[in-house]
Design a protein around this ligand. Structure first.
Ligand SMILES: [Zn+2]
Length: 332
């Protein structure tokens, strides 16, 4: 089984190599390097060195569009949004939100360029992390409850081309389907570039199947010609109700079922950030990791290495203990 963690924040290859050697000693065989807009702009060759150092050590290497356009997960800013304010997602009420629109030609070209750069780093896998449309309530308390995205001019134009009718003002099933189609089409275009470059594609969806985020029907994604691995991140601290184990089990069943139906690999992410220092935390880390291994998933990762010790805004209260619990569970 692939045993990995996400890695970030260090851009001096000498320091990274020390960490990589330790992560090998700790039993990992896979690593995800975050590749933000900042990394692409300022650290491209450095990142290629970091990926090479990881490949040299036998890791399966992943890179992801960390916070790119703010439509993927990650603690990173987006310069694109500052440069192209009119290519942001637009609420039906007219206000622009803090994320790029998947139908913006400028954003698509920007992400095509990011993708070519990412493949050029020579990773094994490009990891499309939590691609999503925004939910208006994340940003605007003032907006009406039935506000929705995106009704920008690009979306209106594509909607009209597709349905030969104006885009409605009230959200309906066709609008939701259009959002899903748009996101799947966007991912397919980028994943095709990855395949042409000789790398594989992983897509990670949040465990909520809420169509507002974009992809309600995971089978549509899993049946893409370009996807190789289906992933989800059952972060119990964010999404679970009282029954964490059932919540995690549902996520495991979901990706293993899809992987077996569509001949993909499966992956589960273990929460390693924002966790309180209490017994239940370490039990959940252990049982999630063990359940994934025993449930037959092909790959288990923690977000992120060392319990996110170095990102103070999301670090766990006792990150070292979170990390040790994960390593313990991996070793059986
Ligand atoms: Zn739009």
């Amino acid at each position: 089984m692939e045993q990995g963690a996400s890695y970030f924040g260090v851009r001096d290859p000498r320091h990274v190599e020390e960490d990589l050697d330790r992560l090998v000693d700790e039993g990992l065989n896979a690593i995800l390097h975050t590749y933000s807009e900042r990394d692409q702009t300022f650290y491209e060759e450095t990142m290629a060195d970091i990926v090479a150092a990881s490949n040299d050590r036998g890791f399966t290497t992943y890179v992801n569009p960390w916070g790119v356009g703010k439509v993927f997960g990650g603690e990173a800013f987006s310069q694109f949004l500052g440069k192209y304010p009119n290519d942001r997602q637009q609420l039906v009420t007219g206000s622009r939100e803090h994320a790029a629109c998947f139908n913006s030609p400028a954003f698509r070209e920007f992400v095509r360029e990011w993708t070519r750069s990412a493949v050029g780093l020579d990773p094994d896998v490009v990891f499309w992390d939590e691609p999503h449309w925004i939910l208006p309530e994340w940003f605007d308390d003032d907006e009406p409850d039935d506000a929705w995205v995106c009704r920008c001019e690009h979306c209106q134009r594509r909607y009209r081309e597709k349905y030969d009718a104006p885009m409605p003002v009230t959200e309906d099933a066709t609008v939701r389907r259009f959002r899903e189609d748009t996101l799947l089409d966007f991912l397919d275009e980028m994943m095709a570039i990855v395949h042409e470059g000789g790398a594989e594609n992983a897509v990670c969806l949040v465990p909520e199947s809420d169509a507002d985020h974009g992809i309600a029907d995971w089978a549509r994604l899993a049946s893409s010609d370009y996807i190789d691995l289906i992933s989800t991140d059952p972060y119990w601290g964010l999404f679970a109700g009282d029954d964490v184990e059932a919540f995690v089990r549902d996520a495991i069943d979901r990706v293993t079922d899809l992987a077996s139906t569509y001949d993909l690999r499966s992956q589960i992410w273990v929460q390693g950030f924002g966790l309180p220092d209490e017994t239940a935390t370490y039990d959940h880390v252990r049982t999630t990791t063990r359940s994934a291994a025993e449930g037959g998933v092909d790959s288990v990762f923690m977000w992120g290495y060392d319990g996110c010790r170095s990102i103070s805004s999301i670090a766990s209260e006792n990150p070292d203990r979170v990390w040790e619990s994960y390593l313990d569970a991996l070793s059986g």
